[in-house]
Design a protein around this ligand. Structure first.
Ligand code: UDX
Ligand code: UDX
Length: 453
């Protein structure tokens, strides 16, 4: 991570910052701001999390995070405290990074952000800046102002675009910094904090900044749903999605990014933000049918993956899968993270378990005996081969790199007939899988002939 050594510019002025919420977004933000030279107090409601962070123990899997946290702790520029007020008391700029989960009506639930605002209101210094980094419905910058009731404090929106797994890299190498501020000087003040980054700063009004965040996630989710729909079409017409993506991705107007077919998008952002986008639009009288279609394609994609497993098992439609054994490789919603939120892999496992199948799963971030409480009904294997042992079908559900280099002969020897691989991530080479005596089904890949034959 050579970018970690990026140094502040000459014009750089360190700021006393507070960060409320030490999760994926808050902890990355706090540690990276300290790396840039700011003095950061990072607070969380969870006392145990704070205790661990003070010892430099990182509660999540995130590449490079341990290094920036350790650097911040040893330089004294990064400290951890319990409770939002502790982050705000001495800060000139306070970043709100608490969760905004999906509420019952599909919109974002603002209770944590409002609670955080209420807690910092009495202790904020005069002239402080409050920065909303959590993803919130359009208009929420105003909602924070209303809770604060501090006319001497400016509230600005500063959406994050961090991908889990590469969050530290993304923070330090952003394509752009987006700031929404009614008062331009408040926006510029925040922009100056990012002076150490080589990125354009786009300052706009709060509603536009909030919309940028939803539009970016909605557009990326749309690209993935589009390619998943094209993959379904490829299967129907006998085309190969790998070649189709190469062919369209070479067009610079389209680009290759976010065109990887798979079991559908998951994680803590796309599912909730795509639904929130539909809800916000509806609240303002616009029926966002295209986004609804994007979500429908994604839901359908998970069902298609389960149907592929059933087909590989030769199961009659509608019949249960009792006494059928399925191995599943990967539980996280993507590699490089330990996050299981809205994971397509988990959805596939749950559907197979509900149909009565015996499921044995392996994920490098989920230790045997440490299955999260909300997951039940299947066993965890100690390694990928344990998931394959005795399985009739082996599903590649998350594209962890270690699954790409499995000893396929060993896998074939461990599995039971019909010895089928369902590769929901198009991770494996179909020809190599077939050469090992296994059958292969990917997503949108032509049934028999391998690519470029
Ligand atoms: C969250 C939101 O989900 C996302 O929409 C937003 O863009 C940024 O914040 P994330 O950082 O992934 O994303 O959430 P999570 O990893 O769950 O971390 C939230 C942290 O806030 C947790 O450590 C939690 O203990 C803490 N928290 C929560 C508080 O400190 N105070 C609260 O009131 C609630
Ligand atoms: C996303 C956005 O990328 C980030 O900018 C925003 O701040 C938070 O939401 P994240 O959820 O961490 O980040 O993961 P991302 O890498 O975007 O992947 C999201 C989902 O889409 C995953 O389930 C992934 O497997 C899937 N995906 C991604 C595909 O199926 N195909 C692709 O080509 C890319």
């Amino acid at each position: 991570m050579s970018d970690l050594h990026l140094l502040p510019q000459d014009s750089f002025a360190p700021v006393r910052a507070g960060v409320v919420g030490a999760g994926y977004v808050g902890l990355t933000t706090g540690a990276c701001l300290a790396h840039l030279g700011h003095h950061v107090v990072c607070a969380d409601i969870d006392e145990e999390r704070v205790e661990r962070l003070r010892r430099g123990e990182i509660p999540i899997v995130e590449e490079g995070l341990a290094e920036v946290v350790a650097e911040g702790l040893s330089s004294g520029r990064l400290t951890f405290e319990v409770g939002a007020a502790a982050a705000a008391a001495d800060a000139d700029v306070v970043f709100l990074c608490v969760p905004t989960p999906q509420g019952a009506d599909g919109g974002a639930d603002l209770r944590y952000i409002e609670a955080a605002a209420a807690q910092i209101a009495p202790v904020l210094k005069a002239g402080a800046l409050v920065v909303n980094k959590s993803t919130v419905p359009v208009g929420s910058t105003r909602a924070v102002e209303d809770v604060l009731e501090r006319p001497d404090v400016a509230v600005v929106s500063n959406p994050e675009f961090l991908r889990e797994g590469t969050a530290v890299y993304d923070f330090l190498n952003p394509d752009r910094v987006v700031i929404g501020a009614d008062d331009r000087s408040a926006g510029e003040r925040l922009g100056d904090m990012y002076a150490g980054l080589n990125a354009p700063v786009i300052i706009t009004d709060p509603a536009s900044a909030e919309t940028i965040k939803y539009a970016a996630n909605g557009f990326l989710a749309m690209k993935i749903s589009f390619v998943n729909a094209i993959a379904a079409m490829c299967e129907a017409v006998g085309a190969n999605v790998d070649d189709v993506v190469e062919g369209i991705g070479a067009d610079r107007r389209i680009g290759k990014a976010f065109l990887k077919p798979g079991p559908g998008w998951g994680g803590s952002c796309f599912p909730k933000d795509s639904r929130a986008l539909v809800k916000i639009a509806a609240d303002y009288g616009y029926d966002f049918t295209m986004m609804k279609g994007v979500i429908d394609v994604n839901d359908e994609q998970r069902r298609r993956m389960v149907a592929k497993v059933r087909a590989a098992l030769g199961a009659e439609p509608g019949l249960g899968l009792r006494s059928r054994v399925v191995g599943v490789l990967g539980l996280t919603y993507k590699p490089g993270t330990d996050d299981l939120r809205a994971s397509p892999s988990v959805a596939i496992v749950e559907a197979l378990v509900a149909a009565g199948a015996t499921v044995q799963a392996y994920d490098p971030t989920v230790a045997v005996g440490r299955l999260p409480a909300e997951l039940d009904g299947f066993t965890l294997a100690a390694d990928p081969y344990g998931a394959a042992a005795g399985a009739e079908v082996l599903v590649v559900a998350t594209e962890w790199p270690e699954f790409a280099v499995l000893d396929l002969d060993k896998v074939a020897g461990l599995m039971a007939d019909p010895r089928a691989i369902v590769d929901t991530r198009n991770l494996l080479d179909p020809a190599a899988v077939r050469a090992a005596g296994l059958s292969y089904d990917g997503v949108g890949r032509r049934a028999e002939r391998p690519r470029h034959e």
